[in-house]
Design a protein around this ligand. Structure first.
Ligand SMILES: [Mg+2]
Length: 308
């Protein structure tokens, strides 16, 4: 019994690490294109100069990974404490989360109270809960129901609005299903993801993504689905899922297609990279060695044992 449990824990951890690397490389790759000098590289599909520096997406994903690795499930107080302890102001956080994490860290603020008061009591529907959650979906890939529930728990630490939670649930379940299925059949995979998502704008967006699968280029899809420009879950997650449905077995093509559509590029690339990072039978989720080498190392505190 203990041997079997230990083996399951190892599998979960390995999948989560693979997803986290895919996420961090995607985040760092995408963040390069906020520098005007790299516009030409994007259009020409030339890899930007290294080092590629990851942002808040990967930093928060490291906290999710570290909590799962230590406790085997989301403990919201532990997660809030980790987000606050490792919050680096220079990693591109949104103003609301910057303020909240600073209040927790410096003034002992209670995350439950701060989240309840955020956005005049409506809660955030930003894409911040979705951008960090793929490794959790990979961790619980053997149990998509649990992935959905744990994703919601991880989201609640910063996002109280139902769409913020729905975005995280969608990305976690998408990752779980992409991690266990040898073949991702786009429309069926999207329908299976949507079945776990509460009715609302994110789920409506996934339905739109299914209807747009005949499109070839990502800019056309983004014109309808959004590209994260509004940094909301609903204008970010459906587009990312469309990209994965179109390119489930090609990390590189998926990331270029994500980046050329513009918008919140580090976050869209982080989500796509995280979903694809633990795809089975593809060594490192198809993340090329050259991309891993260009990307900044993950922080030591995450405990990933990053040898790259
Ligand atoms: Mg970011």
């Amino acid at each position: 019994m203990h041997v079997r449990l230990a083996a399951m824990t190892d599998d979960r951890r390995n999948r989560a690490v693979a997803s986290l690397r895919g996420l961090a490389v995607g985040d760092a790759f995408g963040s390069c294109f906020f520098v005007p000098e790299n516009y030409d590289a994007l259009v020409a599909r030339r890899l930007p100069a290294d080092p590629w520096r990851w942002t808040d997406d990967a930093e928060m994903a490291c906290s999710i990974f570290a909590v799962l690795d230590r406790l085997g499930e989301v403990d919201q107080d532990a997660l809030a404490a980790s987000f606050a302890a490792h919050h680096d102001f220079d990693r591109g956080y949104g103003p609301g989360v910057n303020r909240m994490l600073r209040l927790i860290r410096q003034e002992g603020g209670d995350w439950r109270k701060l989240v309840a008061e955020s956005w005049d009591g409506r809660g955030s529907w930003g894409n911040g809960a979705a951008m960090r959650v793929a490794p959790l979906g990979a961790y619980f890939a053997d149990d998509p129901e649990r992935a959905a529930a744990q994703a919601a728990a991880s989201a609640e630490v910063t996002h109280a609005h139902p769409e913020g939670l729905a975005g995280a649930v969608a990305v976690a379940v998408a990752t779980a299903l992409a991690t266990t299925r040898p073949r991702v059949e786009g429309a069926q995979w999207l329908r299976d993801v949507a079945a776990h998502v509460a009715p609302g704008l994110v789920r409506d967006g996934i339905a739109n993504a299914i209807s747009l699968l005949p499109l070839e280029d990502s800019q056309s899809a983004a014109a309808t689905l959004g590209n994260g420009r509004e940094v909301s879950a609903q204008d970010t997650v459906p587009f990312c899922l469309w990209i994965v449905a179109k390119h489930p077995d090609d990390y590189v093509e998926a990331l270029w297609a994500t980046a050329v559509a513009g918008g919140d590029i580090d976050t869209t690339c982080a989500i796509v990279g995280g979903i694809l990072g633990a795809r089975p039978g593809r060594g490192q989720g198809g993340v090329p060695d050259g991309w891993l080498r260009r990307c900044e190392r993950l922080p030591d505190w995450a405990g990933v044992d990053d040898a790259s």
